[in-house]
Design a binder for this molecule. Structure first.
Ligand code: SF4
Length: 441
């Protein structure tokens, strides 16, 4: 008798929002794969759809709802699980969207497979969302990294206590929780064993790592310990606040061979008046002083930043002050965001909201400035030899990779350079990357 062929169940993911969400989706996808599920694209007909939502802007919430409805249309028989920030904030609203079977917030995602199977078997709706403000533990979701990439993201921290006036994150991600050093090392060793050479430490508010431990490991302790793992050639921080980079931390980081000389330090505004309205806890003078100190210790450092334009009350003069500050700070790249009022945050209720076209033109101006600053930064590197970790070949045949100070470099090569760290002479500054030549010995 020929046995019945059992096809694996199919699961599809859609992820909105930030890198942390992407990390968590990948971790959940791995949990499904470990239970025998096949991972398929979101446009395929799947048995399970997981939508990892975002609520940082009102737009994120709208898009989340749209994607949920799309999944329900694609396969009305599928089990639909909605997780993440929007699900945390508006669990009831999400559960009422037709087709939704499971709602999980920003906690308990490690139970996702069980919850989905329980909902499917019993034909019931499950809402697993608790008061995140009462959560004190870091949630462990075992994960072995993105396969195709040379860089692996490693989440070590959750939550934020800062309550910037425009940000919903502290309400949906809860207070600061740090991952234990042992668990971080375990994941990093697995990643190194899988061949990853670069680890990007990530979290919601990375610089507060360890703030919830009494005398426990600090962010530096984590980095120092990871720097000793065989095979890890680079450690990068995804983002850190200026005032969390103390003199001592900068000096200690600079002393590690494999710490990347690249910091992403959110500025948000170059006007002290606006920073105060944003409830950011530094002045532009303090921010500038941090940049100066970092550059004294790491002259080749690349410093990227985030800026919000059109915050309520931002006058032309505030914007001009911001523009000049950014120019002086010589960031190597800007991520420019147009302020978007998020319901539930103080900034959404502030007077003097800025009209869309003004935000648009300020945003365009800063994007132009970012291109110029990027070009200037690349100009300063041209002629040097820097190590490049190669990732992939483009459709013209150029192999692309990144330097440790986060500059894209491309070379011609007929060899497979994927995941190789090689010294490259930087020859010509082109749009978006520097063209180089692998150094011969
Ligand atoms: S520091 Fe501010 S912007 Fe960043 S997550 Fe916390 S509240 Fe949001």
């Amino acid at each position: 008798m020929i046995g019945e062929v059992i096809m694996p169940k199919k699961v599809a993911f859609y992820t909105l929002g930030c890198k942390v969400n992407q990390y968590e989706s990948d971790a959940m996808a791995e949990l499904f794969k470990n239970r025998g599920y096949e991972l398929v694209g979101f446009d395929d007909v799947a048995d399970v759809y997981v939508i990892n939502t975002c609520t940082v802007t009102n737009e994120g919430a709208r898009k989340s709802r749209q994607i949920i409805r799309k999944a329900a249309r694609r396969n009305p028989e599928a089990t639909i699980a909605v997780v993440g920030c929007y699900a945390q904030l508006e669990a009831e609203e999400v559960s009422r969207i037709p087709g939704v079977d499971v709602v999980v917030g920003t906690k308990d995602r490690h139970k996702i497979v069980d919850l989905v199977e329980q909902a499917g078997k019993n034909n019931e709706k499950i809402i697993e969302v608790e008061d995140i403000m009462q959560t004190r533990n870091f949630e462990e979701i075992a994960f072995r990294g993105h396969r195709q990439r040379t860089r692996a993201f490693l989440k070590i921290q959750e939550g934020c206590n800062m309550f910037c006036s425009y940000c919903i994150i502290p309400y949906v991600r809860g207070p600061v929780r740090s991952r234990t050093l042992e668990s971080i090392i375990r994941e990093a060793e697995n990643l190194a064993g899988d061949g990853f050479k670069e680890i990007v430490l990530t979290g919601i508010h990375l610089g507060l790592y360890g703030a919830d431990f009494k005398g426990g490991p600090t962010l530096y302790d984590v980095i120092e310990r990871l720097s000793r793992i065989e095979g890890i050639k680079r450690i990068r921080l995804s983002s850190i606040e200026a005032m969390e980079l103390s003199d001592d931390l900068i000096k200690k980081l600079a002393s590690l061979d494999n710490f990347c000389h690249h910091f992403h330090i959110p500025l948000q505004s170059g006007s002290d008046r606006i920073l105060k309205l944003m409830n950011r806890r530094y002045t532009t003078a303090e921010f500038e002083e941090r940049l100066r100190f970092i550059r004294d210790i790491m002259p080749d450092v690349g410093i990227t930043t985030d800026v919000i334009v059109g915050f309520p009350g931002e006058t032309d003069e505030d914007f001009e002050i911001t523009r000049k500050f950014i120019e002086r700070a010589a960031f190597s790249r800007l991520h420019v965001f147009k302020f978007s009022p998020r319901k539930g945050t103080p900034a959404a209720e502030m007077p003097d909201q800025i009209p869309g076209p003004v935000k648009e033109s300020r945003s365009r101006e800063l994007i132009r400035l970012s291109r110029r600053l990027e070009r200037d930064f690349r100009d300063g590197l041209t002629g040097k030899v820097l190590d490049v970790l190669f990732e992939e070949r483009d459709n013209r045949g150029l192999y692309h990779g990144l330097t440790d100070n986060y500059i894209r470099v491309a070379v011609w090569s007929d060899q497979d350079l994927h995941n190789r760290l090689l010294p490259v002479r930087l020859i010509e500054n082109r749009d978006e990357y520097i063209f180089g030549e692998i150094k011969k010995f």
